[in-house]
Design a protein around this ligand. Sequence first.
Ligand SMILES: [Zn+2]
Length: 159
Amino acid sequence: MVDGLKFIVDSNVGKLAKWLRTMGYDALFFEGSDDSQMIATALAENRVILTRDTQIMRRRVITKGQLKAILIQSDEPERQMRQVVDTLELDCQYKPFTICLECNQPLLRRSKEEVKNRVPPYVFQTQSQYMECPTCHRIYWRGTHWQAMTMKLEHLIKG
Ligand SMILES: [Zn+2]
């Protein structure tokens, strides 16, 4: 497993971005349609391209090995994720709970007092670890949604 691996996720495999963020990988979602722009960003920020676009795979920077890209085979998100995890030997418990699932920003640790009145009372009573996104200010805690995603990932990878 390579530490600090970063991704750029083409819009045709967009669901991968959220899964990778759940694992703690920096996964930028590329919304545009200009392949050259995506390749430029990938080169500049040293990101692995994930795409279903065979045209991109024929680009010289990729065939020459200057830039890493994975051509995703399946159109089914869980199989797509499995392919990425297998190919790069990703760790699904890499750094869970560290990246905003919406913005791809590193989360900041928050104390219980800091999130008081910003999370539902039942959450405040039962959770002690909180993280905040500096961009969208969403508060995260290791609640059921996150746990469900992590468990689904583990199941996917071991299965
Ligand atoms: Zn955010």
